[in-house]
Design a protein around this ligand. Sequence first.
Ligand SMILES: *Cc1c(COP(=O)(O)O)cnc(C)c1O
Length: 415
Amino acid sequence: MKHLLKQDNQIYQAIKNELNRQKSGLIMIPSENFTSPAVLEAMSTVLNNKYAEGYPQARYYTGNQFIDEIENLAIERAKKLFQAEHANVQPHSGTTANLAIYFALLKPGDKILSLNLTHGGHLSHGSKKSLVSQIYQIVHYNVDPKTNLLDYNEIQKIAQEEKPQLIISGFSSYPRKIDFKKISEIAHEVGAYHLADVSHIAGLIIAGEHQNPFPEADVVMTTTHKTLRGPRGAIILCKKELASKIDKAVFPGTQGGPFEHIIAAKAVCFNEALTDKFKADQKQTVINAQVLAQTLIDNNITLITGGTDTHLILIDCRPLKITGKEAAALLAEMGIYTNANVIPYDANPPANPSGLRLGTPALTTQGMKEAEMKQIGLMIAALLKNPNDEKSKKQAKDLVKNLTAQFPIYKDLKY
Ligand SMILES: *Cc1c(COP(=O)(O)O)cnc(C)c1O
């Protein structure tokens, strides 16, 4: 980064500090991951300079022959990964991709049925603070109050009563597997489309660690930067008959020029995701989450749903008599990054929730396995049970130092 160093030292230093933070901490926010250096390289290229409004072979500007080649590769790889009939690789983020999907499939005033946001639904699934809830009617289903699991009979009952035009599955803080086929069935019974938002579990699906929503779901959306381990962004996959509606809703419906440098990085990420190494890493991600969950349970930490089937764990902080924010701040002080999160039927407001969300994608990308998860689990349990214990804090800092030295990331990235 010699040009940046010379020209803008403030930004250069902040980037360098961020690299060091990522290298010297335990990144346990389940929506975060480490992309490969190849993905980073593709992102920071002259592709950024090109306007490519439209789609391959149908652009509004000249000079797009190489851009077309790149976007076509991204599309073909994305389709192959999810066994999808059509892929749009242009969405800038998961939230804008969802907006485009609603715009493609619904009319203003139509009804969306999604999971209660405090039970794990994403803001873009109908938050009162989102544009979505001003344009569409939002109704919610809930998780079971006893088990905190999805209740498909309840989803079916609400769908039959409410007759929505769209049902959304796929969540941000639900630690268990989702029966996408069942939700497609429920949606199609009432004449609704089914959108499976697999942002969190896309990598697991590709590796066969979770049911693929296709061929039953009508539309699948995923961000590309979570378990998928690519650049920040999203893609939309759909059945052939919806292809043109979806494409028009992305451009010109909700976006202008696509980010072709990011699309190139998506293509690189998809090629990685087609490898056996990627699939093995996803499998290990789930094993790691399960070992971590069991270690926490064995040390008297309460988990929502009593465990995990995925990469993600949700700790109930109420029995510990601390808030999610206090827990996350305590761990961050040790260099362990997690996030405060709502839990189902939380008496506290979303701004001060009673849950702590953590996961294993980034640690697994670094190469950590069961033994490390046990060490981390023991340490997190000790800290959460005794937040002011200086000895535990010292041990935690030492463990973070040892593990990050033993499993270095971005070894040859020299800023
Ligand atoms: C992360 C996430 C999104 C949104 O992604 P952004 O790129 O941050 O807009 C959408 N849906 C679900 C389920 C998510 O977890």
